[in-house]
Design a protein around this ligand. Structure first.
Ligand code: FUB
Length: 307
């Protein structure tokens, strides 16, 4: 099922300053948007919030499946429908409602979709699974088991210029990184805790590389809601030096924010979420805004364009 949605954001695109409307789609709740450019299109892979019933879900979230979205003009969005459902996860609880923030990357023509889910073996709060496809829109084939040695949420993958791939993930107060093997479905050695970041709860990290610099970005909470901050380094596994805040915390009753940063058609964007349709922090909507760097590569702080 394909549907088209119009959205407008405050962005500088193809030389035009457009004033437009966030959130990006309104026919369903979407959170944790990971934006990626594949084959000239901008794809977004969010998680999905639904209303929790009968005590389902965790931490107030009920998140049973993933959709994929794409656009070519940042105005018209196509919903490619459900690409993975919790009931299909071979190693996952079938009533888990715990399909939290995902990521998708491409290597040698194969699309690798990384997602967290609650395992039936109860060995962890979340494990991270991999699904593969020949097209970003699917169909995806789910691996029979989760990635051994990885225990956490919010997987994010960087494929470096030399072809080596790194898996970042979080949970609790720490963010971790492990190098992926060439199969993209297993890790080399033990994950490493990323240090030299600010104290407090951290999750939802997103790594990108620009002009040879590794930008390690992450939601961070010390006082009841998440701001998005970042650190930079010269190595994908750190060390990183904390640089400051990209987006301030919201002060209107939502605890989470979760973002990704991508360049599309010579403009950088930050994708994130807010609860501005529902006013319920467990029913979020994905959004986007343009993002800029100064001449020294520092990210200019972004104020969310709330409507
Ligand atoms: O969406 C569920 C969780 O909330 C995500 O995994 C976190 O990053 C936060 O957005």
């Amino acid at each position: 099922k394909k549907q088209l949605f119009l959205f407008t954001v405050s962005l500088l695109f193809s030389g035009l300053q457009l004033t437009a409307q966030n959130p990006l789609v309104t026919h369903m709740y979407t959170a944790d948007p990971t934006a990626r450019v594949f084959n000239g299109k901008l794809y977004v892979f969010p998680s999905s919030d639904i209303v929790c019933e009968d005590g389902k879900g965790e931490n107030g979230f009920c998140m049973p499946y993933y959709h994929a979205f794409s656009t070519e003009d940042l105005t018209t969005w196509e919903d490619h429908g459900k690409i993975i459902d919790q009931t299909e996860v071979p190693w996952g609880k079938k009533d888990g409602f715990g399909m939290w923030a995902p990521d998708c990357v491409e290597k040698d023509g194969v699309y690798y979709y990384y997602y967290p889910a609650p395992p039936t073996d109860k060995s962890a709060f979340r494990r991270v699974g991999v699904a593969t496809a020949n097209d970003p829109e699917g169909p995806y084939l789910l691996e029979n088991d989760y990635i051994k040695g990885v225990d956490g949420i919010d997987p994010n993958v960087l494929i470096d210029d030399d072809g080596r791939a790194y898996l970042y993930y979080g949970g609790g107060k720490t963010l971790r990184v492990a190098e992926l093997n060439a199969d993209m479905k297993s890790i080399k050695g033990k994950p490493k805790v990323i240090e030299t970041l600010p104290d407090g709860y951290k999750e939802g990290s997103f790594m990108f590389k620009k002009d040879g610099v590794y930008y390690f970005t992450f939601p961070h909470d010390q006082s009841g809601s998440e701001e998005i901050g970042y650190a930079t380094g010269k190595n994908p596994m750190g060390p990183f030096e904390y640089q400051g805040i990209i987006m301030d915390r919201f002060k209107d009753g939502i605890w989470t924010n979760h973002h990704s940063i991508v360049e599309y058609k010579n403009q950088w964007f930050i994708f994130y979420h807010h609860h501005d349709i529902s006013k319920n922090q467990h029913l979020r909507s994905m959004r986007a805004d343009s993002l800029f760097f100064d001449n020294n590569g520092k990210i200019l702080k972004k104020k969310a364009t709330l409507r």
